[in-house]
Write a protein that binds this ligand. Structure first.
Ligand code: E4P
Length: 217
């Protein structure tokens, strides 16, 4: 399972990268705005800065909602680096844009996915990644993990190459459950990734080992 970090914050990306487990980055316009990035040049520079930290794929989202605009933006983003994955919303014009980019060999991430039907369309169009938002589904009183499991099953049945990228992750438990149901990728905030490190018995055990090691000094 690949680990992506879900942020546009450069120091958090570096921290996850330095842990040695990072396979890529996902961003969205909300995450970019949170970093105070303003204007076309600053946005493009920021994506390049992210690409310079990580080895893997970096999702950069288009903001146009018409086909021509999505293609123009996506091509500009893809020209920044081979690491860029063009992130496209699951709307009618988005499906057409995914098809266009897939035929040109440009990687795509279909975002804002909330149903198996949407997952089928994105895979048929040739999306590289599919981002179902599990946390936002949980917020509605339904289980987002059920959708991940359903899509993983469908894609396996038909050997679709689209990778299931579980997004909108809120906790370390989300990550573990995504691993259990076979998500190809998770994208999570730094605190959810780092929380996987923690166990009180590890801390207690290490304190005891260090105390005993002192006896041998
Ligand atoms: C990532 O690709 C998504 O944009 C992101 O995970 C959404 O997360 P949120 O529901 O916490 O905003």
């Amino acid at each position: 399972m690949k680990f992506f970090i879900d942020t546009a914050n450069l120091s958090q990306i570096k921290e996850a990268h330095d842990l040695g487990i990072l396979d890529g980055v996902t961003t969205n316009p909300s995450l970019m705005a949170k970093e105070g990035i303003k204007g076309y040049d600053a946005i493009m520079r920021h994506y390049v800065d992210i690409c310079n930290i990580v080895e893997g794929d970096v999702s950069a989202e288009v903001v146009a909602t018409d086909l021509e605009g999505m293609i123009r933006e996506g091509e500009e983003l893809a020209a920044l680096s081979e690491k860029i994955v063009v992130k496209i919303p699951m709307i009618k014009e988005g499906v057409k844009a995914i098809r266009y980019f897939s035929q040109k060999g440009i990687k795509t991430n279909c975002t804002l996915v909330f149903s198996a039907g949407q997952a089928l369309l994105a895979a048929k169009a040739g999306a590289t990644y599919l981002s179902p938002f599990i946390g936002r589904i949980d917020d509605t009183g339904h289980d987002g993990l059920d959708l991940i499991e359903q899509i993983v099953d469908i894609y396996a049945t038909y050997n679709f190459e689209t990778q299931v990228l579980a997004a909108s992750i809120r906790s370390p438990l989300h990550i573990i459950k995504c691993a259990q149901v076979g998500a190809d990728v998770i994208t999570a905030p730094l605190d959810a990734i780092m929380a996987l490190l923690n166990h009180p018995l590890t801390d207690i055990g290490l304190a005891k080992f260090l105390a005993d090691a002192k006896k041998m000094a």
